[in-house]
Design a protein around this ligand. Sequence first.
Ligand code: FAD
Length: 434
Amino acid sequence: MAEASYKYIILGGGVAAGYAAREFVKLGLKSGELAIISKEAVAPYERPALSKAYLFPEGAARLPGFHVCVGSGGERQLPEWYFEKGIELILSTEVVKADLSSKTLTSAEGKTFKYEVLIIATGATVIKLSDFGVQGADAKGIHYLREIDEADALIAALKSKKEGSAVVVGGGYIGLELAAVLRINKYKVKMVYPEPWCMPRLFTADIASFYEGYYKGKGVEIVKGTVATGFSTDEEGHVKIVKLKDGRELEADIVIVGVGARPLTRLFKDQLEEEKGGIKTDAFFKTSIPDVYAVGDVATFPMKIYGDVRRVEHVDHARKSAAQAVQAIKAKEEGKSIEAYDYLPFFYSRSFDLSWQFYGDNTGEAIIFGDNNPATPKAKFGSYWIKDGKIVGVFLENGTPEENKAIAKVALVQPVVESTEQLIKEGLAFASKI
Ligand SMILES: Cc1cc2nc3c(=O)[nH]c(=O)nc-3n(C[C@H](O)[C@H](O)[C@H](O)COP(=O)(O)OP(=O)(O)OC[C@H]3O[C@@H](n4cnc5c(N)ncnc54)[C@H](O)[C@@H]3O)c2cc1C
């Protein structure tokens, strides 16, 4: 069987892989030293586009338009870019076995790849309703979204039935973004989730009431406090009805499920230490085995600012952790050292004409400021989270670039709050003083 050897292999061809490749090139890479092995058929791209402009009925984003690193204002790395830099892009290739003791990866076709240094960037995979044994969850017309081929399948479904009915299962950011884009595609949309409000992992009731009100205004029907327990199909096995736990039945031509993701660690089971569901790393993204690094969604790393360890499933961290790992690898080769990863959590989402950013930690007591009335055009509001008398997290809807920069600084500096009432009164103006 064929065998290939590289100094560096990045396993996975998503966001982190693309940004790691850029960092290798920046720091000096010889032709033939680096290979990226990816299950996907396309070069690394900015994954967040898949639930946003990629699904627009008109003027949709398409590759090569959103290959990395355009999402952070960097150069767009077309497949030619990798070729010119002497990086081997091994696409449509799933690695099914990783033997870390012999430094060998094996693909589904039986090809083996040897490395000196491995960067694991396998990301995460969607949690499926069939994982919970939900009856009928394998019916045709039930969609998930992680990779571009799944987005293409969704587009084909939308084209095959114009202005149909969709049920979105899950009230997280993927559910919210997809509900919006389905409405833009003129679908009738119902969202179902068990929690008392959407995005409960980040949003407070006050924040969520704005988005739920806004979505209702856009014609999205929200069904809360219950879950999908089964699906009925037509004679061709295509989904028709979503059965809810509370006994209700919702008609659907399309079902989209966004109930979370699970880090892809299984190739390394019993070979690498894990923590909080991810591959445990240090502040340089080194795993428990020498010369093996893990970055992006798959890594559980020390969060210096909060003195704990976390796994972060957001694009900003995927980009920055990739750069940090490559800098650490290169520094080690040169006998140098670099600073430990010091990450300020940053999440964002966009849907309809809404756009929010969040920085820091959503722990402690939250206060809301500004106008969170969903009927207000271009409403601007936010929240501060206060813990031990200091602001530790800030959320802002509809911020300008300067305002978003200001809230990021607040989350980083963690200013002391003298008076909560004063803070509520000052709102965003407080951030601009920091
Ligand atoms: C639809 C969608 C929208 C999102 N929107 C936002 C957003 O608005 N804001 C935000 O902050 N974050 C968002 N995210 C999260 C963000 O995209 C991820 O955090 C980021 O992509 C993680 O990068 P990664 O490189 O770790 O993983 P990924 O980008 O998922 O890349 C993993 C790659 O590894 C490949 N792979 C996995 N296993 C194997 C194997 N065994 N062999 C070969 N290849 C393999 C996969 O095919 C994939 O190409 C979104 C995610 C999705 C799915």
